[in-house]
Design a protein around this ligand. Structure first.
Ligand SMILES: Nc1ncnc2c1ncn2[C@@H]1O[C@H](COP(=O)(O)OP(=O)(O)OP(=O)(O)O)[C@@H](O)[C@H]1O
Ligand SMILES: [Mg+2]
Length: 287
């Protein structure tokens, strides 16, 4: 698999010079927070067994922001579910901080495309629900923490609002606060902003980058949107389907906070989209 580092200030790319050097990386490797080692996962479908993931390996460093990109059905959500401990691999192993992942855990928070808020609880109640995972806290401490995260996601004024009074973007912010409140070290996010309008999404890109920097999370973020991946990720990992495999990685070194509308970011996205199309063309013709 090729790993390419995209330079931070190019106006024209020379991809031959952008190739990542293993020696650069080995000089100062971040500690591995998450290790996915040769993982395979199949599902039974009407036409037989389908290999959703085939021999997938991925190492994610502490505090790294990794985006998984690829067409529908290439196994992104399957991998995220395995990392979250919501499913088990057929073969291969997953570990977080050196401990095998054998089920959901407090150190790994999950956020999906659908906010999955409880409509009978208000905004604060929904975030407090996430804090049930922390039995060591008393009620006052939980409320303080929930309010802190609601403030962090920009909803400090909506603590007692009902869920049905919120816009789609606000609901996703509550879901983000609920996921962040138990202070997971790894955030698994599966297309969390896909259903939102462009302007709301842009604001959330900025907020998520701020939160990531402030709270020092390791984030695995699934998206179809290459620009979104370049805007958020330290690394963009490309998947192809049938069977689901990792095909290529790009390191993004653009300075943060990144603006999704910048010319540089668009150039990176164009290059990565081209690579994605090539991988899918070879997948479709060879298998
Ligand atoms: N529980 C399941 N039972 C049967 N097949 C499944 C199951 N979960 C996933 N699959 C199949 O595994 C493959 C990978 O699915 P997955 O949801 O991981 O793809 P994805 O990359 O997340 O796609 P999308 O971008 O559409 O969300 C698909 O072909 C899907 O139909
Ligand atoms: Mg998916």
């Amino acid at each position: 698999m090729t790993v390419t580092t995209l330079p931070s200030a190019p106006s024209t790319f020379d991809t031959t010079q952008a190739v990542w050097s293993a020696t650069d990386e080995l000089r100062n490797p971040p500690p591995a927070k998450l290790i996915v080692d040769r993982v395979t996962k199949s599902f039974k479908s009407q036409s037989g067994w389908l290999k959703a993931l085939d021999d997938v390996s991925l190492t994610v460093g502490e505090g790294e922001f990794v985006c998984l990109v690829g067409p529908s059905g290439c196994g992104k959500s399957t991998l995220l579910n395995l990392i979250a401990g919501l499913d088990t691999p057929e073969s291969g192993t997953l570990s977080s901080d050196g401990a095998p992942i054998i089920g959901p855990g407090r150190e790994r928070g999950v956020m999906f495309q659908e906010h999955a808020l409880f409509p009978w609880l208000d905004v604060l109640g929904n975030v407090l629900f996430g804090l049930q995972l922390k039995p060591s806290l008393n009620k006052a401490e939980r409320i303080d923490i929930a309010k802190y995260y609601l403030q962090l996601v920009g909803l400090g004024r909506f603590v007692h609002a009902n869920v049905h009074e919120l816009s789609g973007g606000m609901k996703q912010r509550v879901a983000l606060a609920r996921t962040l409140a138990p202070n997971p070290r790894i955030l698994c996010m599966d297309e969390p902003f896909a259903a939102l309008d462009a302007m709301t999404r842009e604001q959330l890109y900025a907020d998520l980058q701020d939160i990531w920097a402030k709270r020092k999370k390791t984030i695995i973020f699934v998206t179809h949107n290459v620009r979104e991946a370049v805007c958020l990720g330290d690394r963009v990992v490309l998947f192809s389907p049938n069977p689901g495999r990792i095909r290529e990685e790009f390191r993004i070194t653009l300075p943060r906070n990144r603006d999704i509308n910048s010319v540089e970011l668009a150039e990176h996205a164009t290059l990565i989209t081209r690579a994605l199309k090539q991988h899918n063309a070879t997948t479709n013709t060879s298998e």
